[in-house]
Write a protein that binds this ligand. Structure first.
Ligand SMILES: NC(=O)c1ccc[n+]([C@@H]2O[C@H](COP(=O)([O-])OP(=O)(O)OC[C@H]3O[C@@H](n4cnc5c(N)ncnc54)[C@H](O)[C@@H]3O)[C@@H](O)[C@H]2O)c1
Length: 361
């Protein structure tokens, strides 16, 4: 069957990851267009990645008949509108995390894609990260007995673009940005059980001059099967990105570190080009990672999504996944605001951004 033709909306950080991922799966997909509003960015991106068409308005990309699926790598506040426009244009959608800003948006996105008969795929690459997939395979095989605690942490020194720090554009701080990965991960790892309650401790410890968002949080998720997920999210950890898990059962445990655990312990007095995402320096002791996209699972994720479009696989991460994460995000912020566990289902109305459930109290 022919390759799935993909258009990317956005042209910076995550757009580069998706472009790299698609180029790594030439048997399943190809990049045919990119759209980004900043003058010159889309054309530069297209040149860099060998993409034939570049637009400054994503509506023009959606009018291209050959585009079958889009990948949304624009700021969070735009995910819902771009998804709905794409669905109306008959394009399948891969949406980056978090799915959107509000539960109403999540419902509207799912609804628009269902009505148009297109797929809404939620880009949670941790479901495809080879180390985490191996840990899950062992857990499913019974290697750890009954798994009762799963921890995931994602920590770095803070986002690269201003909009992440502006909660009106991002919806919240480190939990919106990084915690969404851990929420999805714990749920997926445990076999997608119902979420019973959420507790979160949030604070702005370091970056109060730059954001109203939380830069540090611990979120505890209680699942209906009795297991617990613990998600650590931080924008206060210098030295490069840290993404790791711990899994505990009554018969064993495992630990996995996607980045430092796949790196070369390295000492250099003069430094070198690149070590790992968000590392400020390459001098002294560092942990340069190799095959970074593959270790995260980006090519494996895009391969799965392309195969879903061709009906060869069934989505393991879709709009409903993103919606569940969104509900847990709401509950986490409300918990931080109220200082207590929040039971699910949790669907407050009139929310414009999740962080208000914390800050407005
Ligand atoms: N899965 C992951 O691990 C991961 C990693 C990073 C970012 N993300 C997500 O990807 C999304 C983008 O993040 P980023 O780090 O690439 O941000 P970024 O700031 O690096 O890039 C955002 C891009 O969106 C473009 N954009 C802004 N308005 C637009 C519009 N109206 N139409 C089209 N494009 C528009 C910008 O010009 C820019 O190219 C966010 O939702 C973020 O949470 C996911």
């Amino acid at each position: 069957m022919s390759k799935v033709k993909i258009g990317i909306v956005g042209s910076r950080f995550q757009a580069d990851c998706i472009a790299g991922a698609v180029k790594a799966i030439p048997e399943e997909a190809e990049l045919v267009a990119v759209a980004s509003p900043t003058k010159g960015h889309a054309t530069d991106f297209a040149k860099r990645h060998g993409i034939p068409q570049a637009f400054s308005d994503y509506h023009d990309l959606l009018r291209e008949p050959q585009v079958e699926m889009i990948s949304i790598t624009a700021p969070n506040r735009l995910h819902a509108q771009i998804t709905i426009d794409a669905a109306r244009a008959g394009k399948h959608v891969v949406c980056e995390k978090p799915l959107c800003m509000t539960l109403e948006e999540a419902d509207a996105m799912i609804d628009a894609c269902a009505k148009a008969g297109v797929l809404l795929l939620y880009a949670e690459e941790l479901f495809f990260a080879p180390k985490y997939v191996k840990a899950k395979q062992m857990a499913d095989e019974g290697a750890f007995g009954r798994v009762h605690l799963v921890k995931q942490g994602e920590k770095h020194s803070g986002p690269h673009s201003d909009w992440f720090w502006d909660v009106t554009q991002s919806g919240g701080g480190a939990v919106m940005d990084l915690g969404c990965h851990g929420i999805a991960f714990c749920w997926w790892f445990l076999g997608k059980p119902k979420v019973k309650s959420v507790y979160s401790q949030m604070a702005t410890q370091v970056h109060g001059d730059r954001t109203q968002g939380e830069d540090e949080a611990i979120t505890i998720i209680e699942f209906a099967n009795g297991a617990v997920g613990m998600v650590e999210s931080s924008w206060n950890r210098p030295g490069g990105m840290d993404d790791s898990i711990e899994v505990f059962g009554d018969k064993g445990q495992t630990y996995a570190d996607i980045l430092m655990g796949n790196a070369l312990p390295t000492y250099s007095e003069v430094g070198f080009g690149y070590a790992v995402e968000k590392a400020a320096s390459t001098k002294g002791w560092t942990y340069p990672v190799f095959e970074e996209h593959w270790n995260y699972g980006f090519p494996q994720e895009m391969r799965h999504f392309a195969r879903c479009v061709r009906g060869k696989e069934t989505p393991i991460s879709d709009g409903a996944t993103g919606r569940l994460v969104q509900e847990v995000l709401y509950a986490a912020y409300a918990s931080a605001g109220e200082g207590r566990k929040i039971a699910l289902p949790f669907r407050p109305t009139g929310v414009t951004k999740p962080i208000d459930l914390w800050k407005a109290r």
